[in-house]
Design a protein around this ligand. Structure first.
Ligand code: FEO
Length: 172
């Protein structure tokens, strides 16, 4: 696979996934500063997952002989007004990433790059989970509507999240 459009799009996706890690690191910092350690843990795990996603695209590109070009990672939003705002932004960002991966899939289908199409399958499935996870916490935050006791309950739940390294077929 040496289609320039596909290679460029995968390079862009490496950047977007690293940006995701950066963005979620800012969210982790926000929650740490509020002493909401469970929320901070949730984003600490999320940062590690995003790094795995980025390296998955990076490794795949190397494996198929495409040229990796690392570009600047833009500055993320660093200030947030509430936990609910954080999860609204996180869900919106995941929806953006899903659309970006759909676009990669569209290109691979257009150029009949079946290897990349199979590789992208893992990410398509992963995005369902990513949106679901962010949406689930957001809904709980809406339900408690700023109630302190409710916030601490969600915080305790999110403290349980554990990082499991992603095994991405085609990228190891
Ligand atoms: Fe790498 Fe959260 O999508």
């Amino acid at each position: 696979m040496q289609n320039e459009q596909m290679i460029q799009a995968i390079n862009d996706q490496v950047n977007k996934e690293f940006f995701s890690a950066y963005f979620y690191l800012a969210m982790q910092t926000y929650f740490s500063s509020m002493n909401l350690d469970g929320f901070a843990n949730y984003f600490r795990v999320q940062v590690q997952e995003e790094r795995d996603h980025a390296l998955g695209f990076f490794n795949y590109l190397n494996k198929i002989g495409g040229k990796v070009t690392l570009s600047e990672i833009k500055e993320p939003q660093n200030e947030f007004s509430s936990p609910q705002e954080v999860f609204e932004l996180a869900l919106k960002h995941e929806q953006f990433i899903t659309n970006s991966i759909y676009e990669l899939m569209n290109i691979s289908r257009e150029i009949k790059d079946h290897t990349t199409e199979i590789f992208l399958q893992w990410y398509i499935t992963e995005q369902v989970e990513e949106e679901e996870n962010m949406g689930r916490v957001l809904n709980k935050l809406k339900l408690i509507n700023g109630d302190g006791a409710g916030l601490f309950m969600i915080d305790s739940e999110l403290a349980q999240r554990v990082y499991v390294p992603a095994v991405i077929p085609g990228a190891v």
